[in-house]
Design a protein around this ligand. Sequence first.
Ligand code: TXA
Ligand code: MG
Length: 321
Amino acid sequence: MIGTDLAQAAQLLNAGKIVAIPTETVYGLAANGLDPQAVARIFAAKNRPSFDPLILHLPNFEAAEQYCHGIPPLANRLAVQFSPGPLTFILRKRPLVPDLVTAGHNTVGIRIPQHPLTLALLQQLDFPLAAPSANPFGYISPTTAKHVQDQLGSSIDYILDGGACAVGLESTIIDLSGTTPKVLRLGGLSLEALEEAAGQALSVQTSSSNPKAPGMLIRHYAPRKLLLLQKNTTVPTGIKEKDVALLRFQTVHPDFPAAQQYVLSESGNFTEAAARLFSVLRQLDALKHHCILAEELPEQGLGRAINDRLRRAAAGSIHEA
Ligand code: TXA
Ligand code: MG
């Protein structure tokens, strides 16, 4: 069921059930993060491998003290600027955080989501919400309640409808559990903004098959059909023009049927493009064309995170001419 009833959402969560929640990045599939049985229901609903750790969502960064130790000054500095916000902190966990949440790691992801409904919900609960994105494992993340309903509706007790997600890309993840900070996922907070706030260049280790962050698996965030990523969106030999839909950043390609083209932001705005990306990918996935040909964005600001998602969506899409 979809609705905006906070009391019902809280009641279900208190009873160990799973509820989809809106955040500014993407919708999450939430359960009591301190109850391994409730957390197990998330893995089952998503068909997610249990080696993939979950993020704990808290009402404010001060609450992180309860679940983490050795929080470095840099984390507190970043939290002042970006919590609530699209940034996840990987910190050293305390023993009360279940191993199922962290996939056995001694660290845990912490995020304060910037959405009024979910913040209000978190304030009512006396436990944090473990929540991955509310999509079947490996598929495009949901940015509306309807996306969640369409794919996971039958296995979720309640979907809290907070409208379309303002950011539209998953949070940026920074690992602050070791001696050097590392960015593990490019996301809704740009690397430039993060580095400026950190006052230092940050090492980006969003590598591929690292099971520490399976959101970083080579193929992930993927539509069902063939997706190719190119600088110039030229239809490869062996594929017919009528079988292709173009995903373009700012302009339509002059030499291609306009009706088969989808533009992310006519004003060339990265924020708008990010907010629309996953919805447009879903639309494209539902079309009759066999192939999505996506244009690479400039590698700056949120363009970087958008390219990252498109690259992973394209991975494994093998086209042989
Ligand atoms: O924006 C977001 O972060 C959304 C919303 C719902 O908050 N959540 C989200 O969760 O994208 P999920 O589970 O789809 O992606 C979280 C990523 C995964 O790739 C996971 O491997 C990584 O975070 N992660 C979680 N805990 C970690 C840890 N302790 N160490 C390293 N990576 C971790
Ligand atoms: Mg995910």
